[in-house]
Design a protein around this ligand. Structure first.
Ligand SMILES: *Cc1c(COP(=O)(O)O)cnc(C)c1O
Length: 222
């Protein structure tokens, strides 16, 4: 694994796009993150609160931390003081909890609704219908300390790239639809988080603005 070479590769890939790279650092030790930081990385993604908090505490404070994994309501309070964006909102209840904790910290937290686009039961997220209902609901207007910045989706884990492409395309179509029909103070659709090490090229072609890449940067996780 050559961290510098891998990061330069992604920098080149994204140069003529408006997409950004989220360096998914989960399971890697703080020293490796510091190395990535020294090479210029300022956006890191973690999927567990227990891992994110000590890394936040140990590393420089100009890093944007993105929580990309499933989040339990009782853990929101630990990340609310600093988290930049939560990609994995999968219930209205969780959104309300994020709002409550953000208010306590006198902050606004950017959130993405996670949409279930894969055909795998094991993946989390809203259906398009459920997401649309929440985005249209009056209750959402009461949540003044969150901003819904867009959507996140994980495609099926398959070699069938056409299937992956259609799943990403479906999410992009829904994203554009919501953007055009819903105007609310706390909705500002700008980010479409899709694409990981195995499928980011397709995700970029289908309009991703945030790719979440771990193993293609750091090597396979143990
Ligand atoms: C681990 C993880 C990634 C990165 O996966 P790689 O295949 O290592 O790039 C992206 N998104 C989520 C939600 C993850 O949990």
């Amino acid at each position: 694994m050559n961290l510098n070479k891998n990061l330069v590769f992604f920098e080149e890939k994204l140069k003529n796009t408006s997409a950004k790279l989220i360096v998914v650092s989960k399971t890697n030790p703080i020293e490796i993150l510091q190395e990535a930081y020294n090479l210029g990385c300022r956006i890191f993604g973690e999927n567990r609160v227990q891992e994110l908090v000590p890394k936040y505490e140990a590393l420089p404070k100009d890093i944007d931390w993105h929580l990309i994994g499933t989040l339990q309501g009782n853990k929101v309070k630990y990340i609310a003081p600093f988290v930049k964006m939560i990609h994995s909102i999968d219930s209205f209840k969780l959104l309300a909890e994020v709002n409550k904790q953000a208010l306590k910290c006198n902050r606004t937290i950017d959130c993405l609704l996670q949409i279930h686009i894969a055909d795998e039961e094991t993946k989390f997220g809203f259906s398009f219908e459920e997401a649309e209902e929440i985005l249209k609901s009056d209750e959402l207007a009461n949540l003044q300390n969150i901003k819904i910045a867009g959507l996140m989706g994980m495609a099926s884990n398959t070699d069938d790239s056409e299937k992956v492409r259609l799943e990403f395309r479906g999410l992009k179509t829904f994203f554009e639809k919501i953007k055009s029909i819903i105007q609310k103070p706390n909705i500002n659709f700008q980010e479409l988080s899709m694409g990981m090490s195995g499928d980011y090229p397709i995700a970029l072609e289908e309009g991703s603005t945030l790719i979440r890449v771990g193993s293609a940067i750091f090597g396979e996780r143990k």
